[in-house]
Design a protein around this ligand. Structure first.
Ligand code: GAL
Length: 671
């Protein structure tokens, strides 16, 4: 796989990094000294420090004091713990928010946010930019050369709280952004289709951010999302330039929030700006398949990082605290989740946060060291996990291997889907992607979730799952891939609009119609309690289309429902390649059967044979091969493998038995 992102030259620690966010501003020095002892006991070797420390470094406007930071850095260094040092711009001090309320973001109704919380700033605010860069410069100059500082962590989750702003500065910047993109007002009107409802602009000054109280044009909405992402990236770049000036040897990153997508900013397009890509990932307790959603995000991180190792910057030992009901992880689940991230390419295991806060908004968020202290199951597991991470040292730097299926994912397609009004307005962008990933996960087939500009040649199968927006260039790349002998599965509501969010005419899915040799003239969505049957015996829901075949074989037709008798699934041979179209949302059995046929035709095999519920992923490189096995069930399970389990030292010949909930990482013998 090729793509965005760069490998980190010098990883911040020797092995797989272990630790988490450390917010000692909240604690006295005696507690901090206890932290040092307990971190060593747990094997922590990297902490993210200073995320919320702006007011500590600059207690009053222009008065700087780094004495607390100096002591923290020295102490951590003495204890052998490296630092991922945050620039503190996620936490603008109260003095700043009160002196300059104009930096606070405004919502779509023009309401300015109250001071407090975090990320209380607008990315287009010149006032904020100036004070933010001043603290970043002072900080970078001050710590330059400190041996503990091994990584820069720019701000925190940029966009998480300040992702969209509608203030006067944002409006002005948006107008400039639009002008730079389109050149003339006429071109904007054309691109966004402003003639409809007679909304054409006569001057750039009339263009506003999509504010509340009216319907907005989908083209404008999509461009506003792009603009907002670009503004935040601009902030990142400005901070990075200063960090590179003072500490060119220290890599720079920021923590992403990659889940199913669309995300608040366009991480795949941000990734080339990072020395290493890092992710914060939180599972949702009530989701029974949360381990698979975790795998999806890991496969996406790998796609974003160009296949190289990435950093798990934050996850949770137990419950988060922002849901209505926050349940802790089940016994053993934390270890399965941590190993699951490593299996999919992370070279770090980091948490939010080291010690549970006693006060503050997140006082009930789980931590490595809970309120109850060190004599707890959670802390025992944290110590155990530290041991596991240590035993996985030799895995660092290896890459996930054997992914022969690519799933195309593009944030812009998700933004476009949620703009305007659609035939079924309850479709989530990643619904199809996740259903297909889920089915492949259950069959132990490794999938790279990649942006559509990825080189596709090496894949046996490319899935285009509900990729609502696709550019001409990316659609052509898929067609070239098929012409070169590849197999593509295009699903419903893909290739519908172009880069300006304008519908492609002549039948759906416009961008792929010729390639598929089939198209649909009408979408007939289903209500939540309707289903249809296909003549292959598969049932389907939510979406059907009136499909016409020009040059393709009909694999399955609708047997019931509004389009009974018409094609539902088609297959076209294109030279040595094959193009499949799926026009409806198959239930898991049918989807599994269809995918099995495609996998069989293309010779894509499971990572290994294993009993149901076992996650299997392989990392390798330089003649080494590591098979990760995770038993997500509460029963005994097995997998075929030969080699030594790095976690226990046991040598297995042909078969590994996995106790309920157990994990194993097998150093495989050369095959
Ligand atoms: C992350 C954030 C952390 C912490 C964590 C737990 O999104 O970066 O600072 O808030 O969530 O809620």
């Amino acid at each position: 796989m090729s793509g965005a992102g760069q490998a980190l030259g010098a990883w911040p620690t020797d092995g797989i990094s272990y630790g988490g966010d450390y917010n000692p501003e909240q604690w006295d020095w005696d507690v901090i000294l206890e932290d040092m002892r307990l971190m060593r006991r747990a094997g922590v070797d990297l902490v993210t420090l200073g995320v919320f420390s702006w007011v500590v470094h600059e207690p009053r406007d222009g008065e700087f004091d780094f004495s607390w930071l100096d002591r923290m850095l020295d102490l951590l260094h003495e204890h052998g713990i490296s630092v991922d040092l945050a620039t503190p711009t996620a936490a603008p001090p109260m003095w700043l928010q009160h002196a300059h309320p104009e930096i606070l973001p405004e919502d779509e109704w023009g309401r300015r946010r109250a001071p407090g919380g975090r990320l209380g700033w607008c990315a287009s605010s010149p006032v904020f930019r100036e004070v933010a860069l001043r603290i970043v410069e002072r900080l970078a100059e001050h710590v330059a050369g400190h041996p503990a500082v091994r990584l820069w962590h720019v701000s925190n989750e940029l966009g998480g709280g300040n992702g969209r702003c509608h203030c006067a500065e944002s409006t002005r910047s948006f107008q400039e952004w639009v002008e730079a993109r389109y050149g003339t007002v006429e071109a904007v009107n054309e691109a966004w289709g402003m003639a409809f409802w007679g909304n054409s602009f006569s001057a750039f000054e009339e263009i506003q951010t999509p504010r509340g109280g009216t319907n907005h044009n989908p083209g404008q909405q999509l461009d506003y999302e792009r603009f907002s992402s670009d503004e935040l990236l601009g902030h990142y770049r400005a901070e990075r330039a200063i960090l590179k000036k003072w500490t060119p040897e220290v890599p720079v990153t920021t923590n992403f929030m990659v889940g199913l997508g669309p995300d608040v900013v366009d991480y795949a397009r941000w990734a080339p700006e990072m020395d290493v890509v890092g992710n914060d990932h939180y599972t949702f307790g009530p989701d029974p398949r949360r381990h698979q959603e975790l795998a999806f995000s890991g496969d996406r991180m790998r796609g974003i990082s160009g296949g190289g190792p990435w950093m798990l910057m934050e996850h949770a030992t137990g419950a988060s605290s922002w849901h209505a009901i926050n349940q802790p992880k089940l016994p053993g689940e934390m270890i399965r989740h941590a190993v699951g991230h490593v299996a999919r390419g992370s070279d770090s295991v980091m948490f939010f946060q080291w010690r549970a806060s006693r006060a503050g908004i997140e006082q009930f968020h789980s931590a490595m060291l809970p309120h109850a202290g060190a004599e707890t199951r959670v802390f025992e597991d944290v110590v155990r996990l530290g041991g596991i991470v240590e035993r996985l040292r030799e895995v660092r730097g290896s890459r996930v291997v054997g992914a022969r299926v690519a799933l195309l994912h593009d944030n812009e397609a998700g933004w476009a889907l949620r703009s305007g009004l659609k035939p079924n307005n309850r479709i989530g962008y990643a619904d199809t992607a996740r259903a297909i990933h889920d089915a492949l996960f259950d069959r132990a087939v490794t999938v790279d979730v990649v942006p559509p500009w990825t080189t596709l040649d090496a894949y046996a199968v490319v899935v285009v799952p509900g990729l609502f927006l696709v550019s001409d260039e990316h659609a052509a790349a898929v067609a070239d891939y098929v012409a070169g002998g590849g197999t593509v599965l295009v699903t419903w509501f893909s290739g519908i609009v172009d880069g300006t969010n304008t519908v492609r005419l002549g039948g759906y899915p416009g961008a792929f119609r010729d390639l598929l040799g089939a198209s649909s003239e009408q979408i007939h969505p289903l209500t939540d309690d309707e289903t249809v049957l296909l003549d292959a015996g598969w049932s389907a829901k939510r979406w059907t289309e009136l499909v016409r075949v020009d040059d393709a074989q009909v694999v399955a037709s609708y047997a019931t429902g509004p389009n009974a008798g018409h094609p539902a699934v088609t297959r076209r041979s294109v030279g040595r390649g094959t193009a499949w179209y799926l026009s409806t949302e198959l239930e898991p059995d049918g989807l599994g059967a269809l995918l099995e046929r495609i996998l069989e035709e293309t010779g894509v095999a499971a990572v290994t044979h294993a009993s149901s519920g076992v996650e299997a992923v392989r990392r390798g490189g330089d003649g080494q091969s590591f098979l990760f096995l995770i038993n997500h069930t509460d029963a005994e399970a097995w997998a075929e493998a030969t080699g030594e389990d790095l976690l226990t030292g046991t040598v297995h010949r042909g078969r590994v038995d996995l106790a309920a909930g157990a994990v194993a990482v097998i150093r495989e013998e050369p095959r």
